[in-house]
Design a protein around this ligand. Structure first.
Ligand code: KG4
Ligand code: ZN
Length: 338
């Protein structure tokens, strides 16, 4: 059987990434993370698209070199069509089109959210792939979603955030506490030495499987402002306890919804993705779910959970096998649905 080589490009947010895959194995996965946004405490769309412009050629070039193949061996170019920031998506989309046109090979558009989910099907030694049907929970700075996955391309969003993403809740809480961006990993680290029950934050009241995090952020802001009025050193003196309490609340929100999703669907296979899946609290909670409720949980390698082109490449490969190609008139779509 002939080996299929696919080059994939991801540029939906603030990471410029290119990957080369041979069938379902990743040969290279290069990510240029944009540092510029740190100064602003969040992603600045205009700056992100400019950085993609300067990163894209070197990143693609490096991915091809690391894979030790020639451009002429490629069978198709896959790219992220959406969802994401329009200016960022346009850079990857236009580049992918030009390259596919130049090499005279097919173009494959990929939904970024499907990428996060199908990243679990990248063939890795020692990694057990989820069995259908399963629940995919994608948690990152841009997304919070629970998806029922019946087959590679049969997916249904059964719950999602109605405002902020969970990673945003971490980052915005961190900003209130004076932590740098992104604050998620720092809160996670500090939380490990604090008391999770020291302070109580109210969980949002959202019915069903949808999430909301903006109320929590406001709650934390008011709480900190109130306490600082009484004691100007409140944050410094209680940082670990505050972080542990925030983490306890956020993980509680995620787990409440996950348990409800399992109850509603009867599916106990749970695959998670997105940057927040690195969180120690969610990892411990999932382990607990395995022991207590008989769940089987799946967490891919860290480099495949944050935004990366390897996950776009595996979707490209699965679409290639179905002869599911795009026309050259395909357009970047900021609000693309699963
Ligand atoms: O997937 P990702 O790299 O980029 C997108 O947002 O798509 O996710 C980044 C997000 C940030 O909000 C960051 O604070 C959060 O993931 N994050 C964490 C942890 N590591 C990254 N949040 C909580 N605990 C962590 N250990
Ligand atoms: Zn993402």
């Amino acid at each position: 059987k002939e080996n299929i080589y696919i080059l994939a490009i991801e540029s939906s947010c603030d990471d410029t990434s290119a990957a080369v895959l041979c069938n379902d194995r990743i040969l290279s996965n290069v990510v240029a993370s944009q540092k510029i946004h740190k100064e602003y405490g969040g992603v600045v769309p205009e700056l992100a698209s400019r950085a993609h412009q300067s990163n894209i050629v070197p990143v693609v070039d490096q991915a091809i070199k690391q894979a030790k193949i020639n451009k002429e061996q490629l069978h198709a170019i896959a790219f992220t069509r959406g969802p994401g920031l329009m200016g960022s998506l346009l850079v990857g989309t236009s580049f992918a089109k030009s390259l596919a046109f130049g090499l005279d090979i097919p173009l494959i558009d990929v939904n970024h959210m499907q990428g996060h989910i199908l990243a679990h099907f990248i063939d890795e030694d020692g990694y057990k792939k989820p069995k259908f049907p399963f629940l995919a929970m994608t948690i990152s700075g841009g997304h919070t979603q629970i998806v029922k996955v019946t087959n590679y391309f049969e997916m249904k969003v059964i719950g999602e955030t109605i405002d902020d993403a969970v990673g945003e809740a971490y980052d915005k809480s961190g900003k209130i506490l004076g932590l740098g961006y992104p604050a998620g990993p720092q809160i996670d680290k500090l939380a490990q030495t604090g008391n999770p029950k020291a302070f109580k934050f109210t969980k949002p009241k959202v019915v069903g499987l949808n999430f909301s995090f903006s109320g929590l952020k406001t709650g934390i802001l008011y709480f900190v402002q109130r306490e600082v009025k009484k004691n100007p050193n409140f944050v410094e003196e209680n940082l670990a306890d505050i972080c542990a309490s925030i983490q306890y609340t956020i993980i509680g929100i995620l787990m409440d919804k996950l348990k409800l999703a399992v109850k509603q669907t009867g599916i106990k296979q749970i695959a998670i993705g997105g940057g927040v899946s690195a969180n120690s609290g969610i990892r411990a909670a999932l382990k607990n779910g395995e022991q207590k409720f008989g769940w089987t949980t799946y967490i891919p390698k860290f480099e495949y959970t944050t935004d990366n082109a390897a996950m776009i490449a595996i979707v490209g490969y699965l679409k290639y096998l179905e002869n599911d190609f795009s026309g050259f008139d395909v357009m970047a779509t900021a609000r693309l649905k699963i």
